[in-house]
Design a binder for this molecule. Structure first.
Ligand code: AMP
Ligand code: MG
Length: 510
């Protein structure tokens, strides 16, 4: 370790990393965080670095060798201007309130501002103990680091707002989980790391001064357009609701299950955050749960809209005194906004789901048509992603009775009802006045061919853990960059899992 410490001090004074920090969260009162440095690791090795993202957020690492990058993105060396801290927050976990959580294994090293003026947090996850580590070790295993890297970059390519992956290293040290596992550190980039739980933390302490400070900071940073509103806090609250409705509807239209939608895992920025037991659906089933600890199915695929609403009610509670001086009036404003959230979410979800079946000119009977398909999918355990992707193969606007339904029909086995449904589907599309070509293009632009399938992610992790081999990681990551395009020779990545490959449970990233 002596070596590492001297390394830190020898480079700390120079500013040659293309990282120009411009920190704002650390300017908030010190109740919002604890200043803490990463704990150095023995022999960090960089196995992934996202050059495109680096450019986007205005940092330049092209000429920096991977050894130096490994030192920086393990926290072994701190570039000039970094001001490392862990943030404090609380949260409702599985419905129960925990008054203090906080970054137990994550350290914000600083903020950067891209050329477009966008501010970004750069955070090391797995960088060592913090005052919020509780019984944890402050570290991450390599598996969850790989998982978050793949999932978050895939989500971004699918057009879903998400925290991003900038870098990933192995530490050269083991962590103890169910067994000894190789350790890793993940560099997460986000519009901010302020969570619903950050507001709850102060509000539950009755520290309204801090809630106001936090709200003002958040509005200025994430929702500056609210500053012009009559009541900026109401406007802010409604904006957060809208961004969450958009986000969760989008998740569901792509078959994504977050897995632990605790209020501490819901970002005020509207980015998907905290890739723990998350996964994409294989077979369609609204009750599907992956998380090994979600015994009640609270965070099942089909519950996500309602749970988002529940979490946002907690945010409303925290903001109550800011919304209106009369508490009854404040409550009714929050309730109205939450009802609006419900409608907005439903509308958005339906709109996205109808696009998946080629419908842009929404009519009243369309939700029934969609519902019939979803029922048949559930009844027959049909793979969600394949079903929508292959659906465009059976478009026939002349509505000729189809004697075979190609691969699409095979998904439903011997099910004959799907023939009836396809007939109705074609009749409906024929009414839209759109050409087959346009409809197919539309459907292929919203129905991905490639998603981060659980069984492949597991295989990638296995190869990295057991053989230190990142070939599959790199290839998969590359394919997932263009999820809507056919990529010749890579059909294997689009296949559903065989029964023995099926992943039934996923675990929190601890
Ligand atoms: P999560 O389930 O990942 O959202 O984590 C819930 C809480 O546990 C957060 O406060 C995390 O910072 C903390 N936590 C998770 N894993 C660890 C760990 N290995 N060491 C310390 N704290 C952790
Ligand atoms: Mg979390």
């Amino acid at each position: 370790m002596d070596n590492i410490s001297s390394n830190i001090s020898s480079v700390k004074d120079s500013d040659f990393f293309g990282l120009h920090f411009d920190n704002s969260f650390s300017e908030l009162p010190d109740k919002f965080y604890s200043k803490v440095n990463p704990t150095p690791v023995e022999s960090p090795k960089l196995f992934a670095f996202n050059n495109l993202l680096a450019r986007q957020i205005g940092i330049d690492f092209l000429d920096t060798d991977s050894g130096i990058k490994a030192q920086i993105f393990s926290g072994n060396i701190l570039p000039q201007g970094s001001d490392p801290l862990s943030t404090v927050y609380a949260g409702h976990q599985f419905g129960g309130y925990v008054p203090q959580l906080g970054d137990g294994r994550a350290i914000l090293i600083g903020e950067v501002v891209g050329q477009d003026g966008q501010r970004w947090d750069i955070q090391l996850k797995g960088a060592g103990l913090t005052p919020y580590s509780r019984a944890g070790d402050g570290r991450s295993a390599l598996g969850p680091v790989i998982r978050e890297y793949i999932l978050s970059e895939a989500m971004n390519a699918l057009g879903i707002k998400t925290t991003r992956a900038l870098a990933a290293v192995t530490t050269g040290q083991n962590v103890v989980r169910e067994s000894k596992k190789p350790g890793g550190i993940f560099t997460r980039v986000a519009l901010s790391h302020i969570r619903v739980g950050t507001f709850e933390y102060f509000s539950n302490k009755r520290d309204m001064k801090s809630v106001t400070t936090l709200a003002d900071y958040t509005i200025k940073r994430l929702y500056p357009e609210c500053l012009d509103a009559d009541n900026k806090y109401i406007s802010f609250y409604k904006s957060v609701l809208k961004s969450q409705a958009d986000l969760v509807a989008k998740w569901m239209s792509l078959g994504f299950i977050h897995g632990v939608m605790n209020t501490d895992n819901m970002s005020i920025s509207g980015e998907t955050i905290d890739y723990g037991p998350c996964a994409f659906l294989d077979e369609y089933n609204p009750r599907k749960v992956f998380s090994s600890i979600d015994y009640q199915g609270r965070y099942a695929y089909g519950n996500q809209g309602e749970i988002a609403q529940w979490n946002l009610a907690r945010l409303g509670q925290a903001l109550l005194p800011l919304i209106h001086e009369n508490q009854d009036k404040a409550v009714s404003i929050i309730e109205e906004a939450l009802t609006e959230f419900g409608h907005f979410f439903e509308d958005k979800w339906l709109k996205l789901m109808l696009l998946k079946i080629g419908i842009q000119d929404q009519q009243e009977s369309d939700s029934k048509l969609l519902g019939q398909l979803l029922n048949l999918m559930q009844k027959n355990g049909v793979d969600f992603t394949l079903c929508f992707r292959l659906l465009s193969d059976v478009i026939d606007l002349n509505a000729e009775p189809l004697d075979h339904l190609c691969e699409f029909g095979n998904l439903f086995g011997a099910e004959s009802e799907i023939h009836e449904w396809v007939k109705k589907f074609n009749n409906r599309l024929a009414n839209s006045g759109n050409s087959t070509e346009n409809i197919v293009d539309l459907m292929n632009s919203v129905n991905p061919k490639y998603i981060p399938r659980n069984h492949i992610v597991e295989e990638v992790i296995k190869q990295a853990e057991n053989n230190d081999d990142y070939t599959l990681f790199n290839e998969f990551l590359n394919i997932l960059q263009n999820p809507f395009e056919e990529q010749i020779g890579y059909d294997g990545y689009a296949k559903k899992p065989s029964p023995d490959q099926l992943v039934k449970q996923t675990f929190c990233g601890t």
